[in-house]
Design a protein around this ligand. Structure first.
Ligand SMILES: NC(=O)c1ccc[n+]([C@@H]2O[C@H](COP(=O)([O-])OP(=O)(O)OC[C@H]3O[C@@H](n4cnc5c(N)ncnc54)[C@H](OP(=O)(O)O)[C@@H]3O)[C@@H](O)[C@H]2O)c1
Length: 323
């Protein structure tokens, strides 16, 4: 079968197509015939060798898929051959993957396989960062950085669905139009507007209750200054590859909380996961959550897809397909 392998740390050129054996599921595992593999910014950070505790090359890239169970290993209950699923896995950019049955989610009927590949990482991250960790409430104001991206488009919609006022940043007028259509009340094109000035205008000088920050560097510093007293900034990524530093005296002087988020710390929280999946189902049924998929590449073009994400040319979810 085909598998996209990161052969060494480096740029997109290190991602190569390899022919490997179709894997067999062990106890507690299933094999999935992959229809769509989700691409995430973390795949790029891992390829660059910048991801904390990331895989060592050579490794199969990707960690989330949507597809069809085509073989069930021993000691698996509740899942059958032919079930359509979404899953966390290793070697996601492959024609077949092995996934622990415990990490499977049923594919919602409302979603195509391409759309479903956005749920394990980007939907769940957005949900838990805003609601489980950030405790966002109706009437509060949230600032979402990189709001037109895969994660960002989920953040905007979930925050809007719970009744928050949403300020979203992005780099072009087209991206601003997209996030406005998804429920962002105040899109800010940071290439043309000063974010701090806009946030002060929008919040009557108070600042935001919650900020979801995924860019790092100067953007992290600017974000912190948009926080109100006793506000919370959730940091969950460093897309700029520029790691910021935090001054504890500045935090205490302003009663600011900076909280780190990583999805893997939430996937074993049964209650929070059940809430996330119940809300997903209800928002999909009510037409209140759209999965934006405008960039679909064949598996073999994984390196080109990564290039386009790094060059900020993409919006919403980027997907690799096997057919
Ligand atoms: N901690 C977790 O569990 C977790 C889970 C999922 C995602 N994340 C993080 O969330 C962020 C978004 O992930 P994603 O997969 O949804 O990617 P994405 O948002 O689709 O793509 C990254 C976006 O970041 C913005 N950006 C700003 N400065 C950038 C720079 N210097 N280089 C590249 N992009 C820059 C760009 O949007 P503009 O051009 O509009 O600024 C770009 O489109 C990443 O930092 C990722 O690591 C973390």
């Amino acid at each position: 079968m085909k598998q996209m392998v990161v052969t060494r740390f480096g740029g997109p050129e290190v991602v190569e197509l390899h022919e490997v054996a179709v894997p067999e599921p062990g106890a507690g595992e299933v094999r999935i015939k992959v229809a769509a593999a989700g691409m995430n910014y973390a795949d790029i950070m891992q390829r660059d060798g910048l991801y904390p505790n990331g895989p060592q090359p050579p490794y199969g890239a990707g960690f989330e898929v949507a597809g069809l169970i085509d073989q069930v290993g021993p000691n698996v209950t509740g899942w059958n051959t032919g079930d359509t699923v979404m899953a966390f896995c290793q070697n996601g950019y492959s024609e077949y993957v092995i996934a622990p049955a415990a990490f499977l989610l049923p594919k919602p009927v409302e979603l195509t396989f391409e759309q479903a590949s956005a749920i394990p990482c980007q939907y769940l991250t957005a949900y838990h960062a805003l609601l489980t960790l950030g405790r966002l409430k109706a009437g509060q104001t949230v600032l979402v950085q990189a709001a037109a991206g895969g994660l960002g488009t989920m953040l905007v919609q979930i925050a809007s669905n719970v009744g928050a006022t949403v300020i979203g940043t992005c780099s072009t007028a087209e991206k601003c139009t997209l996030i406005r259509d998804l429920g962002c009340h105040f899109p800010v094109n940071y290439a043309e507007e000063d974010l701090g000035t806009r946030v002060r205008e929008i919040t009557a000088g108070k600042g935001c209750d919650l900020i979801i920050e995924s860019v790092g560097g100067d953007t992290f510093d600017q974000s912190l200054r948009c926080l109100k007293s006793r506000g919370v900034l959730v940091t969950l990524g460093v897309a700029s590859k520029n790691v910021p530093t935090v001054n504890p005296v500045e935090l205490l002087a302003n009663n600011w909380t900076v909280a780190g988020f990583h999805l893997m710390g939430y996937t074993t929280d049964a209650e929070a996961m059940s809430d996330a999946l119940a809300d997903l189902q209800s928002w999909l049924a009510d037409g209140k959550l759209a999965v934006i998929v405008r960039h679909v590449f064949p598996l073999e073009l994984a390196a080109e897809a990564m290039r386009q994400i790094s060059d900020r040319k993409t919006v919403g979810k980027v997907v690799l397909t096997t057919v």
